[in-house]
Design a protein around this ligand. Structure first.
Ligand SMILES: Cc1cc2nc3c(=O)[nH]c(=O)nc-3n(C[C@H](O)[C@H](O)[C@H](O)COP(=O)(O)O)c2cc1C
Length: 351
């Protein structure tokens, strides 16, 4: 492998290839995380949709499937963030991922325990703040990326962030192949992080009916909406999102209330927990009261599509890249393909 493809993040994370599988709620489950890590990339378990007291058990499941390094991604302002931090440390997990509302005290605890801190940011100024708070590696997600997303295109965000911070930057948003990896390195990034591409692999836990929607989507079907939870999210447009975008505020209010209650039952969060999380979101995202209520929608509506397999009544977070993906390779096949193509691309450029 050309030395250009062995970057700093390979050494910091202890992985073979400069590729990260990002935390995706209901999707980045132990089987997918282990498959990504076994293939030479770095898998991240999505803890945002696991009850905090169950995170240890899920970490054990990953460990049973791989002896390679992996990470855990979680929300630092959500109920149980403290417990998840302790669990990551206790289980000797290699890296922690986080984004919204980074917490200086939790980051310090992780760093003191030797956990590699890998936040995701959507703007250069957030990357600079993340560095000050103690990030070891920063994933910058451009507007093409799936789920909650910003407006800066990946090409601009990656190059500007790589210039603006001293720690390695990893580019996310729109990557799927070896040419993309080489482009990211040219922007000054030290690797790529992919969500949607890993969602569309043989080891993805997402049921077939939902996977089919992703495979059939074209780029124009993958749009940004704020109607699911009040914050801009890139999704595959479907019946639910179209309805949310056109429905009356009262209908949305009732739906949000119903989803919030269902989520409470599922997560074991108390009303006080939900309120605390909502208030924190409001502080950090400047949301209105209606939007806060809408936020109760997100986890349960994502579960409906991503875990229960109903792509009509749930929503499908997705990067634009879903519009150009039409296969489901294994993680091993995918990583091998990316690395071979990156190698060939480098060779043909130098010719
Ligand atoms: C289905 C799905 C679920 C996601 N869930 C989360 C999450 O729980 N936490 C998080 O930090 N990011 C989440 N994201 C964002 C991804 O971690 C990642 O940053 C993004 O997918 C990168 O863009 P790409 O899809 O173009 O590769 C999610 C993305 C997708 C597609």
């Amino acid at each position: 492998m050309p030395s250009a493809l062995h970057t700093k993040i390979c050494d910091v994370l202890g992985i073979r290839y400069p590729i990260i599988q990002t935390g995706m709620g209901w999707v980045a489950t132990p089987r997918l995380v282990a498959a990504a890590s076994n293939a030479g990339a770095m898998g991240f378990l999505a803890a945002a949709t696991i009850r905090p007291e169950d995170v240890g058990e899920e970490i054990q499941k990953v460990k049973a499937l791989t002896d390679r390094h992996f990470g855990v991604n979680f929300l630092m302002d959500a109920p149980g963030a403290d417990l998840i931090t302790e669990t990551i440390i206790r289980h000797g997990v290699k890296a922690a991922g986080y984004n919204r509302a980074p917490d200086a005290e939790l980051i310090a605890r992780l760093r003191n325990a030797g956990v590699v801190c890998v936040p995701t940011c959507g703007a250069v100024k957030h990357a600079q703040k993340a560095e000050k708070l103690g990030a070891d590696i920063i994933i910058v997600q451009g507007g093409e990326g799936g789920g909650h997303t910003g407006v800066v295109p990946t090409s601009l965000l990656a190059s500007e962030s790589a210039r603006a911070v001293g720690v390695p930057v990893v580019a996310a948003g729109g990557f799927k192949d070896g040419r993309g990896l080489v482009a990211a390195l040219a922007y000054g990034a030290q690797g790529i992080a992919m969500g949607t591409r890993f969602l569309l692999t043989a080891e993805s836990p997402v049921p077939a009916a939902t996977i089919d929607r992703y495979l059939r989507a074209v780029v124009n079907d993958v749009l940004v909406t704020s109607e699911v939870d009040g914050m801009p999210q890139r999704v595959v447009m479907n019946e639910l999102v179209r309805e949310l975008e056109t429905s009356h505020a009262l209908t949305r209010f009732i739906r949000a209330l119903r989803s919030g209650l269902a989520y409470r039952k599922l997560s074991g969060a108390s009303v006080a927990d939900l309120l605390r999380s909502a208030l924190s979101m409001r502080k950090h995202e400047r949301l209105t009261r209606t939007q806060i209520l809408m936020a109760a929608n997100a986890p349960i509506l994502a579960k409906t599509a991503m875990s229960d397999g109903d792509p009509v009544h749930g929503y499908l977070p997705s990067g634009s890249v879903a519009g150009v993906i039409d296969d489901l390779p294994t993680c091993a096949e995918l990583i091998e393909r990316i690395m071979n193509e990156a190698e060939q691309t480098l060779a043909s450029l130098s010719n």
